[in-house]
Ligand binder design. Structure first.
Ligand code: AMP
Ligand code: ZN
Length: 471
């Protein structure tokens, strides 16, 4: 598989350390709030990557952390701890907040058909491991104690700024305005491995350690969890582009210092989802969640379809208009699949070129939009129903759009709908809504949509008109 590697800035052939096996690590969520749909884009593309690798025959083991401790908004001992902030906001303890939002995260993943990684490790369960690694870094001369904290010395590795993407100025700690420079540091890029002296007087979670009672810094958890659960050689490390610096840069510095050899060859980064007004950010407090989209009547898998239609390295602009287009296309796709029969025998020779097209889309830097095109080509093809269905099932092991299941449900619903005595009334209301929209009376159109929604009727607007389902 050819995959763009942020470290080499080229599309590299993915060659695992151990033949046929991929050790894959994903930076997990910070569980102080709901994941926003931008975060979920990253998790969906990582999920597609994992499933593509399995489809291509690799044996994948994947680990992910849950950041439930001391995740600071910067490396400086300032700003706010996001977990503490979340706990204060909701009058709960940090661990209650972590549990609540970890559950919410996995509920979102289930709705988007995101597979749970083989190992999911909360940071709070591995503090003794962090302490062990920090002690070793001190012994090896890569870390030092100053002002009560332990710092990583970024002048020690042969090359610290491995992703080359950032100029000296960008390497100012914290990469945020208004963050003061920490006078304990020997170099401005040094980062904290362990805090004992914190400006966060009300820090709830603290642990005893040889360096004093305190808590770990921002970056150590991913290095330790990855090395403990996936071994000394990692094949693939994933995250959003904002993780490149300082998080992944620091992970590499400390892991390689600890191990004494190169650690991870391939770095996969997903571009951001932005709104028309700019970057979506959890810390700003205003963001779009999957539940919000659902409350507006969108199927979570329509959002998955929306994301799959773009390449993971291109930033994606979210607008409701774009989502409507994707939701309409997804609904139509399901309708087309529902019309496919089950006639004939599986035609291996006929299926081969379509399988090749799908495989080469995946092998070529995870081109999910071309993979979706390969699916449409199957629908358009002269293949018999049985073969089409088998191909759709195969492709869906990666796309995870519930293609056959949703089509089956649609057929059942259509049968129920045909017999539903409310049908004529519903269709009259849909026509009245269309007329209200034509007259630009959007308040009336919205009122009718809400009334239908209360009756259990979900509408999907497509460019050919409105379709509906009755729950
Ligand atoms: P967090 O929970 O803030 O640590 O972020 C979880 C994941 O979402 C990380 O891999 C981030 O890099 C990624 N991420 C953050 N913001 C966005 C965004 N707007 N679009 C896509 N991914 C994002
Ligand atoms: Zn990480």
């Amino acid at each position: 598989m050819l995959l763009y590697n942020t470290l080499t800035r080229t599309r590299d052939e993915l060659i695992p350390h151990e033949d046929g096996k991929i050790k894959m690590y994903t930076c997990g969520p910070t569980v102080y709030h709901f994941a926003h749909i931008g975060n979920l884009r990253t998790y969906m593309m990582e999920d597609a990557l994992e499933k593509a690798l399995r489809y291509l025959g690799y044996d994948v083991t994947r680990a992910m952390n849950i950041t439930d401790v001391g995740h600071l908004t910067s490396d400086a001992d300032e700003g706010e701890d996001k977990m503490v902030k979340g706990a204060k906001r909701e009058h709960k303890t940090v661990l209650e907040i972590a549990k609540q939002y970890t559950d919410a995260f996995f509920a979102d993943c289930a709705k988007l058909n995101i597979r749970i990684p083989d190992k999911v490790v909360p940071a709070t369960s591995e503090v003794s491991e962090f302490i062990r690694v920090i002690e070793r870094l001190i012994e090896k001369g890569y870390a030092y104690e100053a002002g009560g904290n332990v710092y990583f010395d970024t002048s020690k590795p042969k090359q610290y700024n491995v992703f080359h993407d950032f100029g000296e100025e960008d390497l100012e700690e914290g990469v945020r305005e208004g963050v003061g420079v920490d006078g304990n540091k020997r170099n401005k890029t040094d980062f904290v491995l362990w805090f004992t002296k914190s400006k966060f007087e009300d820090q709830e979670l603290k642990w005893d350690s040889p360096f004093g009672v305190g808590y770990p810094g921002w970056h150590i958890e991913c290095s330790c969890i990855s090395m403990k659960y996936l071994g000394e050689y990692l094949d693939l490390h994933c995250g959003g582009v904002d993780n490149i610096f300082p998080h992944h840069t620091n992970e590499i510095a400390q892991s390689e210092a600890y191990l004494g050899h190169p650690w991870c060859k391939s770095w996969f980064h997903v571009a951001h989802l932005n709104t028309a007004s700019g970057k979506m950010s959890k810390s700003k407090g205003e963001f779009l969640t999957l539940s919000l989209l659902e409350s507006k009547g969108y199927d979570p898998l329509a959002y998955r379809f929306f994301c799959l239609q773009s390449h993971y390295r291109k930033s994606l602009v979210f607008t409701y208009e774009n989502l409507d287009n994707a939701a309409g296309a997804y609904a139509k796709l399901i309708e087309r699949i529902a019309r496919i029969g089950d006639e004939g025998d599986y035609d291996a020779a006929g299926a081969a070129p379509y399988l090749d097209a799908f495989k080469s889309a995946l092998e070529n830097d995870l081109n999910t939009s071309l993979a979706v095109t390969a699916l449409y080509d199957v629908l358009k093809s002269p293949l018999n129903g049985k073969t089409k269905r088998e191909l759709i099932a195969k492709f869906d092991t990666v796309l995870s759009l519930d293609l056959l299941k949703a089509a089956e449900k649609l057929t059942e619903k259509a049968e129920e709908k045909a017999d539903d005595p409310r049908r004529a009334g519903i269709e009259a209301m849909i026509a009245a809504r269309a007329e209200a929209k034509k007259q630009k009376n959007y308040a009336e159109a919205d009122r009718i949509r809400s009334e239908l929604s209360a009756m259990g009727v979900t509408l999907t607007d497509t460019k050919d008109g409105t379709t509906y389902t009755i729950s």
